[in-house]
Design a protein around this ligand. Sequence first.
Ligand code: URA
Length: 281
Amino acid sequence: MKLSRRKIFDEMGVSPYWVLRGAPEATVRFRKENTSFRDEMPESAEKRAPLPEMPVPDAAPESAAPMPRVPPTPPSPASSPEREDSRAGEIARMDWPQLRQSIAECRACGLCAKRKQAVPGVGDEHASWLFIGEGPGAEEDARGEPFVGQAGKLLDAMLDAIDLKRGENVYIANAVKCRPPGNRTPENAEMSICFPYLKRQIELISPKLIVLLGRAAVNSVLGIESALSSLRGKRLHYTEDEIEIPAIVTYHPAYLLRNLAEKAKAWEDMCRARELMNTLP
Ligand code: URA
């Protein structure tokens, strides 16, 4: 059953909502109930303040200067730089079936030891939208699909708010494909070892826009370790080899479930992502 947009916002604790004048219906604004500026909201639509402009710098801001992707993977008897290079080279030549099989059988880092199964990703393999999270949790590990737990429900609602649907022009992936024990944040070394898979997914999908959900995804994909709040509203770029794809950052849905007050910001980010997508060729 498809929930109405109003119902979704109500359930998310985000209301009221309205449509930007002259903007597509999907371009909506959000306000968290009981925030101080709720009282300041003008009554008439004409008086409503416009959505703050999204700064669109051509490059990452100074505070977000690209850093080495992640600290180097500590050497272990099972891995050496040469071995990692040759593994990355093999992955870079894989097609979708080979990639899925390789991910399913991967034993390149310690996360394989406790997983039930690897979780490659889900959705349209030629999607314009690519959403990237952190790593599978318990439910994802059990079902083999990303974002199927509580955080996934919120992600689905966020997609719905900008007229997107899982699997329809949308692909959802994670920085690491195997569940970190206890749902801990993946370590840099784990994300680094898993990155060739994500990189190949990005190449094969060739999305128009990447939406990064949370700090781990930002770190894995952009190599930036700045606070998420300093990156929101900025138009960043994923740049690898010859590829350059715009990227937008927002809070991870699991973080939003714990920090309800930040939901309104995430909704704004989603609106900005939609607005940006509408301008992309
Ligand atoms: N959190 C994530 O980052 N990814 C998932 O797939 C589920 C929860």
